[in-house]
Write a new protein. Structure first.
Length: 258
């Protein structure tokens, strides 16, 4: 009998959740809008989801934006580095990590990175971040800050300039100026990443990344062709983080049972 877990992806403007089995099949899923970001309210909604779906699952996987300490349940939500303790009042095994890290785990499990040991998943959405796999393992860094690529310096101050918060809009093929700006800034960020990490592959994902990929793919690949790095779109789309959260929860459940 397959094991089912509850996967929760807390984003900047929504909470996505799904019931996922150990093959990666999503049997139920939905989205809850976030009208106003407040850490305490977000935690209340997460606790409500766990209470509602807890009887149907064996474990819970959580993805949050910001800097996450997966061992101490600490989350940094804002630029002032305030830490919020997450007490979810459940006996279920809980696994949690940064949303970009989980997206990378999802791609490694069921996506385009299944056979790739060195890759970077770039998540473009309301915010911008990345998850790094080095020598086949997720790299979190000494302070769980690895992949915070929004701080990379570009010609327009930093890579954060192309996040949904700082450069809002839903772009299509006619928005050539905006798309060219995003592509140029992203290419500069990729060159900095390549200089430090030297990955085989860079995967572009996140809500914005998936949306604009068809319009930027050719130009982006051309701008970074000298790096000899494969640039690919996420194959899991909006479900990458959910699937990564499920994989982490299944791993934690397996460790508990052994």
């Amino acid at each position: 009998m397959s094991k089912q877990v509850l996967a929760i992806d807390v984003g900047g403007s929504k909470i996505a959740y799904g019931i996922i089995d150990d093959t990666g099949k999503i049997t139920e899923d939905d989205r809850l809008p976030i009208e106003h970001w407040d850490a305490a309210e977000i935690v209340k909604k997460v606790k409500f989801l766990i209470k509602s779906w807890g009887p149907k699952v064996k474990a819970v996987g959580l993805g949050f934006p910001g800097i996450v300490n997966p061992y101490e349940s600490e989350i940094v939500y804002d630029e002032n580095s305030q830490k919020y303790e997450i007490n979810l009042d459940t006996d279920l095994p809980i696994a949690m990590d940064n949303d970009s890290n989980l997206s990378a785990i999802g791609e490694r499990w069921l996506g385009v990175a299944a056979d790739i040991d060195n890759f970077v998943f770039i998540k473009l959405g309301d915010g911008i971040g990345s998850g790094l796999f080095l020598d086949g393992h997720l790299y979190r860094g000494s302070h769980y800050c690895s992949g915070e690529i929004k701080e990379i310096i570009t010609s327009n101050k930093s890579l954060d300039c192309i996040s949904g918060y700082n450069f809002p809009g839903d772009f299509d093929a006619d928005d050539k100026g905006s798309l060219s700006f995003i592509t140029e800034q992203l290419s500069q960020g990729i060159q900095s990443i390549a200089a430090v990490v030297d990955p085989t592959t860079i995967i572009i994902g996140g809500s914005r990344g998936v949306q604009i990929w068809p319009y930027i793919a050719e130009e982006l690949k051309s701008k970074v062709s000298h790096l000899n790095i494969s640039i690919q779109p996420s194959s899991l789309g909006a479900d990458a983080c959910l699937l990564g959260a499920a994989r982490l929860a299944l791993d934690k459940l397996g460790n508990k049972e052994t």
